[in-house]
Design a protein around this ligand. Structure first.
Ligand code: RIB
Length: 336
């Protein structure tokens, strides 16, 4: 037997009202009708098990209840933890999240933004550094699409942003290594990294300013495990004993690189990471790191974006969340 799809016409016929009336009532305009009419339509919908076509409904109410998120590296657990904060807050408000992994590629970022727009998302969360504020202005701001920047950079007053206190994070890392007696320090990071990474470097340098006995070497490396692994081979050629890595992923690579080179942590090198992803507690030695409030970054971002969707004209908001030093076992006082 043919399984015929129930249409809005069937609901109208069953309830004895026009198609337009059914459409209006099922799209949130029930206050325009008597209670009796609304009840008839709802009863017909129930009896026929009518499921409105999602895309047709979206064209009428001009809302998809969907948010698009552009990420730079889906394999990094930082982004997984951040996404769970975003998803939790959006789910509570009945929104669905679409994740696009742009992999630090600006062309891909533009492509995904266009596609998300075509799919009618209600707002965008931008968690990638490659795309410039100018591009975001052209593609989103000037078309009045609600969006928010998360974690990477300031928005020059175009829209909202949720960031971490990266300058203080860099300072805390340097101060910790200096307090432990380390004088030859290395920072491992992508030299041309995004604004927030440069802020970590600025903070790191600032904390060293009053210590003429302290030297800093910057080692250029991509912020992933392979970058850390290869950086270890360069670090062992220097006099450094204290290392600050731009994120925890880099430290995982450093651990392996140091082990392969026969070096011990923290006996030969003290290492401070950045992020405080869950794995920091499960590696040996447990990792000293600068903790970002990762789920709070995600939840705050989702909340502010939903407010922006409700009130597109409100003043742009910039939230800077605090960071803290978590001392574990990968750092120790310099002994020789
Ligand atoms: O590990 C991912 C890093 O890149 C984090 O430090 C975060 O701030 C992101 O931009």
């Amino acid at each position: 037997m043919e399984n015929k799809r129930v249409t809005i016409k069937d609901v109208a016929r069953y309830s004895g009202v026009s198609i337009a009336t059914v459409s209006l009532i099922l799209n949130g305009n029930e206050n325009k009708f008597t209670r009796k009419t609304v009840e008839k339509v709802m009863a017909a919908k129930e009896a026929l098990d009518y499921q409105p076509n999602y895309f047709a409904q979206q064209m009428i109410i001009k809302r998809s209840k969907t948010i698009g998120v552009l990420l730079s590296d889906i394999t990094n657990p930082f982004f997984g933890q951040m996404m769970s904060g975003i998803e939790k807050a959006l789910y509570q408000e009945n929104f669905v999240t679409i994740i696009c992994n742009a992999n630090f590629d600006e062309e891909k970022e533009r492509y995904y933004l266009e596609e998300l727009m075509r799919r009618g998302v209600d707002g965008f969360i931008i968690a990638t550094p490659a795309i410039s504020n100018q591009t975001l202005d052209e593609m989103l701001h000037s078309r009045k699409r609600p969006y928010i920047i998360i974690d990477q950079k300031r928005t020059e007053g175009l829209t909202d942003a949720v960031l971490s206190d990266d300058f203080t994070g860099g300072q805390l890392a340097a101060q910790h290594l200096i307090d432990l007696g380390h004088k030859n320090l290395v920072m491992v990071m992508p030299i041309d990294g995004a604004e927030h990474l440069q802020n970590r470097l600025r903070g790191f340098k600032k904390a060293c300013d009053g210590h003429p006995e302290v030297s800093i070497t910057i080692i250029d490396a991509p912020m992933n495990k392979d970058g850390g692994y290869k950086a270890a081979q360069q670090i062992i050629q220097t006099k450094a004993t204290g290392i600050f890595a731009i994120n925890d992923e880099t430290v995982f690579g450093l651990y392996r690189g140091m082990e392969d080179a026969g070096k011990g942590i923290p006996d030969d090198y003290s290492i401070v990471g950045y992020d405080n992803v869950e794995m920091c507690e499960y590696v040996t030695p447990r990792m000293t790191t600068i903790a970002q409030s990762i789920p709070a970054i995600g939840e705050t971002t989702a909340r502010i974006l939903l407010e922006r969707i409700k009130d597109p004209e409100k003043q742009p908001e910039e939230v800077i969340l605090p960071v803290t030093l978590i001392e574990r076992k990968s750092t120790a006082p310099l002994t020789n």
